[in-house]
Design a binder for this molecule. Structure first.
Ligand code: SAH
Length: 271
């Protein structure tokens, strides 16, 4: 019976987090921190039943690219001018990503690669985590080279998180996302990809080889490419009095938050 009760509490908290705005989620967890633990217990048991944990896939990507290529070289991890790789793990949960990266850092010593991981979530589960609503984290503009959302696009205003990722990333920085397959309105996640493109991101790849989740890579184009694109769009707009893509998207989300149509809430079934 206790297990059943815990299961239904987990489903309730999960549903809350998918159907309220992110500032309300922060308030909810600050007022009732025990909800976070209950949520994570349930979340962990869900993910354990999957063939693969998306965090492991991301960690593996970091490891492979760090060991086979130089930072900023083609195929290598993106780094700042000083070659430091700076990762922001948004909605990190218990910060597994930061902990796993820390574990394999010593093996990269010879390669002289430095990787910093900043981990953000609604609750400080451990010393790796900084408490923040991921629509607004305490890092400077262009200070990161990889921003990760691993199953973390939960608030109904999750496009604010995408705008925040854009702010955080340095040019050529990468946006890594894993989301549960059933959340997408179309099989390939096309509508989702298009929405992210209107924030300025370029789509790099989609990996849907996993049964439970789809993984996307985007990047922030360098300034010269952006300027060129903006000029083209302005020209077009002079002829047709039309909203640009981002304005159209903003109008749409003001009518109905994106958590209701662009990505559906992930509601777990009773087991
Ligand atoms: N990335 C981790 C945890 C995923 S669970 C993993 O894959 O293991 C989703 C996490 O996002 C939860 O820990 C939840 O608290 C967090 N989250 C949801 N909305 C958030 C917000 N607005 N700000 C910060 N964290 C948020």
């Amino acid at each position: 019976m206790m297990a059943k009760l815990a299961g239904s509490r987990f489903r309730w908290i999960n549903e809350q987090l998918y159907t309220i705005k992110s500032d309300e989620a922060l308030k909810l967890i600050q007022e009732q921190p025990e909800l976070f633990e209950e949520y994570h217990e349930g979340f962990r048991s869900q993910v354990q039943s999957w063939p693969e944990n998306p965090v492991d896939v991301f960690v593996n990507q970091i490891k492979i690219r760090a060991t086979t290529r130089h930072v900023n070289a083609p195929g290598g991890l993106p780094g700042l001018a000083n070659s430091r790789v700076v990762i922001a793990d948004m909605g990190c949960g218990e910060a597994q990503l930061a902990q796993d990266v820390k574990k394999f850092m010593p093996s990269l010593k010879k390669k002289k690669i430095k990787i910093d991981v900043h981990s953000f979530d609604l609750k400080k589960a451990n010393s790796f985590v900084t408490v923040a609503d991921i629509k607004n984290v305490p890092l400077a503009d262009a200070s990161c080279t990889i921003v990760v959302f691993c199953l973390a696009l939960m608030g109904t205003n999750f496009l604010d998180f995408i705008a925040e990722a854009y702010r955080l990333l340095a040019p050529r920085g990468e946006l890594w996302i894993a989301e549960i397959k059933s959340r997408f309105s179309d099989e390939k996640g096309t509508e989702f990809i298009e929405a992210l493109k209107s924030f300025g991101f370029f789509h790099k790849s989609t990996d849907d080889s996993n049964k439970m989740f789809t993984r996307f890579e985007f990047f922030k184009p360098p300034e010269d490419i952006l300027a060129e694109r903006r000029a083209k769009e302005d020209k077009k707009r002079k002829f047709v009095e039309k909203e640009n893509k981002l304005e159209a998207l903003e109008t749409k989300r003001q009518k109905r938050p994106e958590g209701e149509w662009l990505l559906k809430p992930c509601i777990y079934k009773r087991r």
